[in-house]
Ligand binder design. Structure first.
Ligand code: CA
Length: 414
């Protein structure tokens, strides 16, 4: 049997990744951890046993509690120091962990035997609308091809303040929401949503924030980004369509948002930085990013009808986003709004140019007109009770992979 720290570079959680999360063990204790291969290392145990001494000042305080928030708040130098030290600890040449079977036994857990929790208490959640293809598709469906993009869209990353309290971790079942529904000229009724949908997104956790009134400049914005997760921003299209005028999404969005449990560090994604789509017209100076800050991350969505296996219905990529993550942070803070450690910012639905790269059923089934084959003879225009939706993501391929893992959720009846 191979050593649990011997993980090939083709593994999604290889030493090139080292994503962070929070787990609850069989003893009921919760602690921050780093994933390595099919296991994890308990960062609370490692810090308490002085594994970071000399490398990262104050590491005890960063990992002593049940969330990653103190570590997120610590900033880029601490992130780099911990990451360097972890890469050393898992390497075959380092005896500190491999040569201490008692410490290794206390710190290592099989991921199959733990429960993953949210990585931090999330103070605020913001959702953008940063995919041009998604905004165009929705615009065509609801307003026609002439005015598909609203006049503001190419000038700023459109977003809204979402609901943090209903963000749940991978595996949490999603209850179909009730809400007001209205069709034609009839008065509204109250009942279960009949147009429940997923939205394929990527989110990122904020590290150090900014003081109220002090914007983060675009060229420094990456220093505030801790890491990335997959986001399924569940949406009830029928509730949304009736309620959203004039203040935007509300109950159609706030019943649940699912995230993957492992936060992929920004540093792990740097080898996969790419230029995003050309931005024309040029953004205003405060928003113009002179550097390429998109990422090549392949994304997939599968739907499994009740009692059947999963069928992939969407293949997209993070690089399709028109606005990049630095621009989202710069725009969000440009008016003086303060972001705080542990805040979650999400991209909005990531749709690519091809019909099978659309990131929601609304688009894949084109507002109900083109039912989507979900396998086992089943078709969907929107989600049915018992459907399981799973999103996955990975950068790289072959012998160099940085995986995001999965975010999955099953629909419960209203
Ligand atoms: Ca969304």
């Amino acid at each position: 049997m191979p050593h649990p720290l011997d993980v090939p570079p083709s593994h999604p959680f290889s030493p090139a990744n080292l994503p962070y999360g929070v787990f609850r063990g069989t003893d009921g204790r919760s602690a921050p951890a780093v994933a390595i291969g099919d296991g994890l290392l308990d960062l609370g145990v490692l810090a308490a046993r002085s594994a970071f001494d000399g490398a990262v000042p104050g590491a005890d305080a960063l990992f002593g509690g049940p969330t990653l928030r103190p570590f997120m708040a610590a900033g880029a130098p601490a992130w780099a120091g911990v990451r360097r030290r972890l890469a050393e600890l898992v390497s075959p040449a380092c005896p500190d962990l491999r040569g201490d079977p008692e410490l290794l036994a206390r710190a290592w857990r099989s991921r199959g035997e733990v429960t993953m929790l949210l990585p931090t208490e999330i103070g605020d959640y913001t959702d953008f609308y940063a995919s041009r293809q998604h905004a165009t598709n929705v615009g065509i469906m609801f307003r026609g091809p002439e005015n598909a993009l609203m006049p503001n869209w190419l000038h700023l990353p459109v977003g809204y303040h979402g609901r943090a309290s209903s963000i749940v971790v991978d595996g949490t079942p999603i209850r179909r929401p009730h809400g007001q529904l209205q069709t034609g000229d009839a008065p509204p009724t109250f009942g279960p949503s009949r147009q429940l949908d997923f939205e394929l997104e990527v989110g990122f956790f904020m590290g150090p924030g900014n003081a109220l009134g002090e914007p983060i400049p675009v060229e420094r914005a990456h220093e505030h980004i801790f890491g990335f997760v997959l986001v399924n921003d569940w949406s009830a299209r029928d509730i949304q369509r009736w309620e959203y005028v004039p203040l935007g999404p509300f109950l159609g969005k706030n019943f649940a948002t699912s995230i993957s449990p492992w936060v992929v560090p920004l540093e792990a994604l740097l080898p996969y930085r790419v230029a995003g789509p050309a931005q024309e017209p040029a953004p205003l100076p405060y928003l113009a990013d002179p550097e390429p800050w998109s990422f090549d991350v392949a994304l997939e969505v599968s739907v499994a009808p009740p009692g059947a296996g999963p069928k992939v219905v969407c293949r997209s990529n993070l690089r399709h986003l028109y606005w990049n993550v630095r621009q989202m942070v710069a725009h969000h803070t440009s008016g003086g709004c303060n972001l705080r450690p542990g805040d979650l910012l999400a991209s909005g639905t990531i749709s690519g140019p091809d019909p099978d790269s659309f990131g929601s059923l609304l688009e894949l089934a084109w507002r109900g007109t083109r039912p989507v084959d979900v396998g086992s003879g089943a078709e969907r225009t929107f989600l049915a009770d018992g459907d399981r939706v799973t999103m996955s993501g990975r950068a790289g391929s072959g012998d160099a992979v940085v995986g995001f893992g999965e975010v999955s959720g099953v629909i419960l009846p209203a």
